[in-house]
Write a protein that binds this ligand. Structure first.
Ligand SMILES: *[C@@H]1O[C@H](CO)[C@@H](O)[C@H](O)[C@H]1NC(C)=O
Ligand SMILES: *[C@@H]1O[C@H](CO)[C@@H](O)[C@H](O)[C@H]1NC(C)=O
Length: 353
């Protein structure tokens, strides 16, 4: 039925549909300077972290990542999660981080509350997700209230992906998997035994402290939290460092936020019908010049999204696919807020031709 073509969704007809979609994601402009960030934009981490920690961006990583060991840990983790991809026979689009990084790309099927929530291709060398794939089946509430975690957000971010921690640590916490909330009394051990192969919440501490006018980086969600606002466990699952990459605060609260709101509205329209699924893959894209937060976590140059709807009841009516990407930087007045492109153009820009 579907023509196998692209890498991200493997659906032939979507190239055509992308033209139509251009209409619902018009050229997106960030909120005006001095304008108020609205209810959806609270992807920040105010009051969530140790604001005295020092945050800096370095040109190079400060420590060698034990790739072989990390990749061994990865291979023992749950990696199916096919349902988050349009083509279940061809799940997990390849890495766009270059050939040499293949062993660095770790497939993680994220579970929370006993259910699979999203699929992340996590790069253990750069300690950020290359992409997260999600299949949205529920209408979000558009007042933004929902189930957004309040004061416990930092507790959620502090959870570790147990499978990427050392064997000693995995043994000690084996019943606490896959996203493990470690008691504060074991904090030192958590940091020591889990820091090699994943970013920890502490890596972003001090990177946004408004009182001190420090706005280096937010903990940016890939699978957005807000679109899951009618399902507490699904939303909490998005507050995982496996689903996080450093994001320039102005970009996060500006153009990116506007885009995510539009996708939520679109989801609201689609889910007036039953059995419909909106597939969203959100990714990062690096360049050789990218900096490292505290020398540990890559600050990626770009964020991108591929959105795909296979039509009412998956049968093609109203189907569309669209790609969007933008520079992950502070300068929201620059021309390049976000580019809206066909899926094939997006793939070309990620993988080359
Ligand atoms: C963004 O701007 C802030 C404040 O001017 C600066 O400290 C930070 O390094 C900038 N971040 C990036 C990623 O350019
Ligand atoms: C990916 O990065 C390259 C530069 O390395 C850039 O030319 C391209 O537009 C980016 N594509 C996306 C989708 O971010």
């Amino acid at each position: 039925m579907y023509e196998h073509k692209g890498k991200l969704f493997a659906l032939g007809f979507l190239g055509v549909a992308a033209v139509l979609v251009y209409v619902w994601v018009p050229r997106i402009h960030p909120i005006e300077e001095g304008g108020e960030a609205d209810v959806y934009s609270a992807e920040d981490d105010l009051a969530e972290s140790n604001s005295n920690a020092e945050c800096n961006l370095l040109d190079k990583p400060v420590e060698e990542v034990p790739i072989t060991e990390c990749s061994k840990r990865c291979s023992k983790m749950k990696q199916d999660c096919k349902q988050f991809f349009v083509d279940v026979d061809k799940p997990w689009p390849p890495s766009s981080y270059g050939d040499s990084s293949r062993s660095e790309s770790c497939k993680i099927c994220q579970t929370q509350g006993g259910e699979e929530r999203f699929a992340t291709l996590y790069n253990i060398k750069y300690r950020i997700p290359e992409y997260t794939a999600a299949a949205i089946t529920r209408k979000p509430k558009d007042d933004g209230g929902g189930n957004r975690p309040g004061g416990n957000r930092i507790t959620l971010w502090r959870r570790v992906q147990l499978g990427l921690c050392s064997e000693t640590f995995r043994k000690k916490y084996q019943s606490c998997s896959p996203l493990c909330e470690v008691p504060i009394s074991d904090d030192k051990m958590r940091v020591k035994e889990c820091r090699d192969c994943q970013a920890l919440s502490e890596d972003l501490d001090g990177c946004k402290v408004l009182e001190k006018k420090i706005e280096i980086a937010d903990r940016g969600h890939l699978d957005p939290s807000e679109i899951n606002n009618q399902d507490k466990a699904a939303m909490e699952a998005t507050f995982s460092m496996i689903n996080m990459a450093p994001q320039a605060p102005d970009f996060n609260n500006g153009a990116w936020n506007t885009l995510e709101r539009k996708i939520m509205q679109k989801a609201g329209d689609i889910f007036n019908n039953k059995n419909n699924v909106l597939y969203i893959i959100t990714g990062t894209n690096m360049t050789k010049e990218d900096k490292w937060v505290k020398g540990r976590v890559l600050f990626p140059s770009y964020y991108w999204k591929a959105v795909c709807y296979t039509g009412k009841d998956g049968a093609g009516t109203g189907a569309f696919g669209v790609g969007v990407y933008g520079l992950n930087d502070n300068d929201t007045k620059k021309k390049d807020d976000l580019e809206v492109v066909s899926l094939s153009k997006l793939e070309e820009s990620l993988y080359g031709t």
